[in-house]
Design a protein around this ligand. Structure first.
Ligand SMILES: [Zn+2]
Length: 497
């Protein structure tokens, strides 16, 4: 699949804030800023990457920035329901089926049916909805473009000597894992992760999806619950009232009963978990899954990996609050480093997406460091050598008081050093034990299944279902069209009425 020298460049996708007004970059920057909950995150990340992170990596030949394509409605329809997309683009209908005007409450009910309210509210003005639609197309286009680079469908002419396929591709604007086929959720309107996974699955075969955002990856898990060809693994906080509510250990079986347990793995992590527990466990899960699925004689193991990195597991995330995780930028970038090196060793392509993270400056630190970590496969040790001080640039004051790239993550001792230390430590250890047990059960089940001990109910040899997926041949054609460089203008491709 790859040359033995593993010299392919890593590809990086991000909105560019410095592009001249009116061109694609500028439009995407505006679209990326659509989610006000993320503050200046997109613009800050773009600035830090372009001024500080990318130049030395490009000099090393480890990375290549790419102008992302913008998805069209035909791409979004690979997963999403047509009427749902119509509601995003046009808002609530003015009239009912008979042509009679709808009341305000009936119009609100129409949007509520798609959960296009509250944190996924559709703007009331046509201009606002046009901006939302541009944002949706930009997010989906970025992740689809990243996946197509891994698949070997470069949208731009290759430079001399450049590898046709990227080995790692990142889209930090992606990872909108809560969107469902016909429902919004948690600031997520379209599920770029599902769209990209569909492409990877079709191009490579069995694909692993890992999600280390603090919220359960409900939209992605649901989309692939009916197939064994995409294994979803969600690390998240699970507790009473914590969004989106699912993903508990007992929910791990999915809609197919016990069998789903082996390909829809939920790993709730205890409150206050620090790098010291999280990172080794992440590496254990990754290694265990690769080993466990090697025995799957039908697929021959994983052929591609997608990792979604939320930055809302960082200590003190302002939206998650004090009962969240206590990770640091170091811990999250270590997860990306582990994953990059593992995928290099296994010779499988890696797609890296972003996610939540509600301290804009800390999310930017995370994604910037993870960009460096993603280059470890081609330039081992580059993360450790990267300068710690944030350079002077437009957003420099935001990085105070430390003005450093890393956030200091609390240690276990720091977290649990008070009078309640014993009880809190016990709770943390019990939570980690539960997660390890869930992993062990899943891997043991896989083994039993591989040796004929467990049969998948009625599925062997039959059709597997991926939610929202339509005719495969048609899909292949459209994927190839996208891969060949189709840059659909979302404003020109209307949703049919
Ligand atoms: Zn999240």
């Amino acid at each position: 699949m790859f040359s033995s020298s593993y010299t392919s460049h890593l590809q990086y996708l991000c909105r560019r804030s410095s592009a001249p007004a009116g061109d694609l970059g500028s439009r995407l920057t505006n679209a990326g800023d659509y989610l006000q909950i993320h503050g200046d995150r997109e613009a800050m990340l773009s600035e830090l990457l372009q001024k500080y992170v990318l130049p030395p990596l490009m000099k090393l030949g480890a990375i290549k920035p790419v102008q992302p394509m913008v998805a069209g409605v035909s791409h979004l329809l690979k997963f999403h329901d047509r009427d749902y997309l119509k509601a995003i683009k046009r808002g609530a209908p003015e009239r009912d089926a008979s042509g009679a005007p709808l009341s305000a409450s009936a119009r609100l009910a129409a949007l509520e049916a798609y959960n296009l309210v509250d944190d996924c509210a559709v703007p009331p003005t046509p201009e606002g909805r046009a901006e939302l639609w541009r944002y949706c197309c930009a997010v989906a286009g970025g992740s689809l473009h990243a996946a197509s680079l891994l698949a070997g469908y470069p949208a731009e002419p290759l430079a001399r000597g450049e590898a046709r396929r990227a080995t790692v591709a990142c889209n930090w604007g992606g990872g909108r894992h809560h969107a469902h086929r016909s429902m919004g959720g948690g600031f997520c309107f379209v599920n770029d992760a599902v769209l990209a996974l569909q492409l990877l699955r079709r191009r490579f075969g069995k694909t692993m999806y890992l999600d280390i955002d603090i919220h359960h990856a409900d939209g992605v898990e649901e989309a692939f619950a009916g197939t064994r060809s995409v294994v979803t693994v969600s690390f998240h906080k699970h507790g009473h009232g914590f969004f989106p509510g699912g993903g508990g250990l007992s929910d791990a079986h999915g809609p197919r009963g016990r069998d789903s347990h082996f390909h829809s793995l939920n790993l709730p992590m205890p409150d206050g978990v620090t790098d010291g527990d999280f990172v080794p466990f992440f590496a254990e899960v990754l290694g265990g899954l690769f080993r466990g699925h090697e025995e799957d004689s039908a697929s021959g193991g994983f052929k591609a990996v997608c990792l979604a990195v939320g930055a809302d597991g960082l200590h003190g995330d302002p939206i998650v609050g004090p009962d969240g995780w206590s990770l640091s930028t170091h811990g999250l970038s270590e997860c990306v480093r582990h994953c990059t090196l593992k995928c290099r060793d296994e010779k499988v392509p890696l797609l890296v997406l972003g996610g939540g993270g509600y301290s804009d400056v800390n999310a930017v630190r995370t994604f910037a460091l993870c960009t460096v970590a993603a280059c470890e496969g081609v330039r081992p040790g580059v993360l450790g050598r990267f300068p710690a001080a944030v350079p002077d640039h437009q957003y420099f004051p935001k990085y105070g008081p430390t003005f450093e790239m890393h956030t200091p993550g609390p240690t276990r001792r720091g977290m649990y050093g008070g009078s309640d230390a014993g009880r809190q430590k016990k709770k943390l250890d019990a939570g980690m034990d539960d997660a390890r047990s869930a992993l062990a059960v899943s891997l043991a089940g896989l083994k039993a299944q591989a040796t004929g001990g467990i049969q998948f109910g009625g599925e062997e040899g039959g059709e597997e279902e991926v939610e929202g997926e339509e005719d495969e041949e048609e899909e292949e054609e459209e994927e190839e069209a996208a891969a060949e460089g189709e840059r659909a203008n979302p404003m020109e491709v209307g949703v049919e009425s």
